[in-house]
Design a protein around this ligand. Structure first.
Ligand code: C2O
Ligand code: CU
Ligand code: CU
Length: 506
């Protein structure tokens, strides 16, 4: 270990090298806390908190009135040390979603640390500028730990992005979307054992959507351009983002940073785990105008076509099954029409932002070049269980197809075919350690259209939504770091059920 352990802390577990000299050093802690979410009683939560030990103070921005963890702002090329301490009553480990990390720093569930223990992360920021995030990743417990409040944004900046002078500071609005359910005492309700496997197979939906830990926050803004960086940090809810007055979404980035050029479309669909980077230009609005960010309606069967009839082995019963599926999803099913936040244009200010025609450099031919025979990865459901590539999670195991040469490029063909009894769901498939590109989408039902019309496949992604009946080809330039990484469905209940596998970089 380089510098000594924090006084009084248990011996840190780490693969850290003594030669590592960090530009930035942070302390990060996960522990129980309280947050004001609803009127009345405070809600008991689990929360990340932290402090800057070395480096610029703006590296860490706390959110004291929310359960959300601090927003971390890093720059590409920075060397970062994070001393993470587990103050939870159970094991955990932090994963840096979307980041190109050495395997030992990636937060694989085999690295979980016990309550009271410390884990020292050391890495160099290799990613492009973009909106990334961090959350726990202990096997079987990711869903409940994130649900209790453990999540935060990790923003990476670089020179290419700075040169664009995108709206920043007060003109940058961070939005973490998460749905929750509460009991009469304002305490969080998660899967209860009575529901068990069925509820888990559908994914857990709350009946209130929180933005940064508050219900329907209101923003008073000026006649300027704003940058909204939105994370879908929900366990299982999909959002089809739209402006209430029909203004198109101007999307400038996604999971892996800026697009080559802005994309304007009515909707932006974000599956669990995904991010969207949006410009909202209010410069032509009259003072007093109000605007809502909404999630537009779509049929819940588009993302969850598992019928109760099918679940009980009574045949396909698709029509009936679908009605049942909606019932299972509670009072606010996936696809419900939702108001997420409101904006009021409150002040006149001269705007100076002009949207650049070109946002970032892209090798757009690369994604079209065929490279090798694609690896087929199937998504399926059998015996009350979701499968990935015909298997469930095995902590250390990999197949020959999951053994990948360092720095190589592969094409994966993800096939979301009809499962037994026609049970299907939309699965956001996430790969650790690297961003990839979507080459093609084939199949998919007309029922899925209202969801897929909000896709933006033009940029780098780390999570791709694969609709029922769809085959999606992605091209992945794998990391040069050797070791074990994960790929999994980012519906956290599916992940916890074992819809997750390792790949090994050799
Ligand atoms: Cu955001 Cu393995 O996950
Ligand atoms: Cu991840
Ligand atoms: Cu899934």
């Amino acid at each position: 270990m380089g510098t000594g352990a924090v006084a009084g802390a248990a011996a840190p577990l780490s693969f850290a090298q003594s030669s590592f000299v960090p530009d930035v050093e942070l302390a990060l802690h996960a522990g129980p806390g309280e947050a004001r979410i609803l009127q009345g009683a405070l809600t008991r939560v689990w929360k990340f908190s932290g402090q800057v030990l070395k480096g610029p103070a703006e590296t860490l921005q706390a959110h004291p009135d929310s359960y959300l963890g601090p927003t971390l702002r890093l720059r590409r090329g920075q060397k970062v040390r994070i001393r993470f301490r587990n103050g939870l009553p159970e094991p955990t480990i932090v994963h840096w979603h979307g980041m190109d990390m050495p395997s030992a720093m990636d937060g694989h569930p085999h690295s979980v640390i016990d309550s009271g223990k410390e884990f020292v992360y050391e890495f160099e920021v290799a990613n492009r500028a973009g909106t990334y995030w961090y959350h726990p990743h202990p096997h079987n417990r990711t869903g409940p730990q994130v649900y209790q409040g453990l999540a935060g944004l990790l923003l990476v900046g670089d020179q290419e992005e700075s040169a664009l002078t995108l709206p920043s500071g007060d003109d940058e609005i961070l939005c973490v979307l998460q749905d929750r359910r509460f009991n009469a005492a304002n305490q969080l309700v998660y899967l209860d054992d009575a529901m068990g496997m069925m509820d888990q197979a559908h994914g857990f939906l709350g009946d209130r959507v929180l933005v940064n830990g508050k219900e329907r926050p209101a923003f008073k803004l000026a006649t300027r351009a704003y940058r909204l960086r939105v994370l879908n940090g929900s366990n299982a809810r999909f959002y089809k983002l739209a402006w209430s007055d029909g203004t198109p979404m101007t999307v400038i980035g996604g999971d892996g940073g800026l697009l080559e050029r802005p994309v304007r479309q009515t909707f932006l669909t974000l599956a669990p785990g995904q991010r969207g980077d949006i410009i909202l230009d209010l410069s032509a609005r009259a003072i007093g105008t109000t605007l809502e960010l909404r999630s537009a309606p779509f049929p819940s069967a588009a993302v969850d076509a598992m019928g109760m009839m099918g679940m009980m082995g009574m045949g396909r019963g698709r029509g009936m099954g679908r009605g049942m599926a909606a019932m299972m999803q509670g009072s606010v099913p996936n696809g419900a029409d939702l108001s997420l936040l409101t904006i009021q244009v409150a002040r006149r200010e001269t705007a100076s932002f002009r949207m650049p025609a070109r946002l970032s450099s892209f090798d757009s031919a690369w994604v079209r070049e065929p490279n090798v025979q694609p690896r087929r990865v199937t998504l399926g459901f059998e015996h009350g269980q979701w499968f990935l590539d015909g298997r469930t999670f095995d902590m250390h195991g990999t197949t020959p197809e999951e053994t990948i040469a360092a720095g190589s490029t592969q094409i994966w063909e993800i096939v979301n075919g009809a499962g037994m009894m026609g049970m299907q769901a939309a699965h956001p498939i996430h790969l650790h350690g690297r961003q990839f590109r979507v080459m093609s989408r084939q199949g998919g039902s007309t029922e899925g259209r209202p969801v897929s019309e909000g896709f933006v496949d033009a940029g780098w992604l780390d999570t791709v939504l694969v609709m029922p009946g769809e085959t999606v080809r992605i091209k992945i330039p794998f990391t040069r770091h050797r070791g074990l990484y994960l790929y999994h469905c980012h519906i956290l209940e599916h992940e916890d059920m074992g819809m997750m596998r390792n790949f090994q970089i050799i």
